[in-house]
Write a protein that binds this ligand. Structure first.
Ligand SMILES: Nc1ncnc2c1ncn2[C@@H]1O[C@H](COP(=O)(O)OP(=O)(O)OP(=O)(O)O)[C@@H](O)[C@H]1O
Ligand SMILES: [Mg+2]
Length: 263
């Protein structure tokens, strides 16, 4: 049985004031097998977060069907870290461990903070963390529940590239070690290739499934930026529709200006 299977025939947000009703998703079907890592890639504003909220069961107002094992532990890393700023790092993690054995909670928190490179920050208030540290803490909060299914919404957006790459490598390590089933959203194709087994491309709004592709890279190649870049370029060169979706217009098609011979 799939870890998650979802069919959204239609999802709209109702009209508010002068803003008309907005159709966001149309005929989006996906399923994630146990242990699989599926990335959803789509342009800005196409409906990725909406789709993830539906997959999480947070938004039930859609036409379609969500099938998920109710006993599976779910963790959701939101697009913003969403820590409680007035609580310490340890308390932010303790908050999601309310029904776990209190005698082992502290040890688990210490271990997971070490895994994400935040050792010794238990007593630091979340409001004092840099964005990179807050994103690490959000990852720690997700992994500390030992999730069967992990949902991630652009977990590295608005970080500088070296920090983002460092955290991608860290996440890859954690995912491989824990063999976590993942549904993961990004607008960056290289990030998806690095982290996912399978890529699902969404069109611009209202989002439909444009294509589904396997990632043919092994564990070592995923860690090699040149191999990831080559895979990305191959995909975009072979598939004009994906290039149109993901590249700026000037890069996807020869610019008419480029064809004007000088003189
Ligand atoms: N609660 C809401 N009410 C009305 N419209 C909404 C609501 N949430 C999202 N939308 C609209 O639905 C569309 C899809 O939003 P969503 O946040 O799912 O896109 P996204 O692909 O995650 O965007 P981004 O790439 O910026 O994260 C957008 O046009 C957004 O304005
Ligand atoms: Mg979003």
């Amino acid at each position: 049985m799939a870890a998650l299977s979802l069919e959204v025939r239609a999802k709209s947000f109702p009209a508010v004031g002068t803003a008309p009703e907005k159709r966001v998703l149309e005929n989006v079907r996906l399923s994630v097998e146990p242990g699989e890592r599926l990335a959803i890639i789509g342009p800005s504003g196409c409906g990725k977060t909406t789709l993830l909220n539906i997959a999480a069961g947070l938004d039930r107002d859609f036409e379609g069907r969500l099938v998920r094992d109710r006993s599976a532990r779910l963790a959701y890393v939101f697009q913003e870290p969403r820590l409680l700023p007035w609580r310490t790092v340890a308390d932010n993690l303790r908050f999601v461990l309310f029904d776990d054995d209190p005698t082992e909670v502290d040890a688990r928190i210490t271990a997971v903070l070490a895994e994400v490179g935040l050792e010794g920050t238990q007593a630091v208030f979340a409001s004092r963390l840099s964005l990179g540290m807050a994103r690490r803490a959000a990852l720690a909060r997700a992994f500390v529940v030992r999730p069967d299914l992990l949902l991630l919404d652009e977990p590295f957006v608005s970080l500088d590239e070296p920090t983002a790459q460092h955290l991608r490598l860290l996440l890859l390590e954690l995912l491989e070690r824990h063999r976590t089933t993942v549904l993961f959203v990004t607008h960056a194709l290289h990030e998806a290739i690095m982290l996912a087994d399978r890529l699902l491309f969404l069109t611009a709004s209202p989002a439909r499934v444009l294509a589904v592709r396997e990632v043919p890279l092994g564990a070592a190649e995923r860690r090699d930026p040149l191999a990831v870049e080559a895979c990305r370029n191959r995909l975009l060169a072979e598939e004009a529709e994906l290039a149109r979706l993901l590249l700026p217009a000037s890069a996807a098609a020869p610019s008419p200006l480029a064809e004007v011979a000088p003189g």
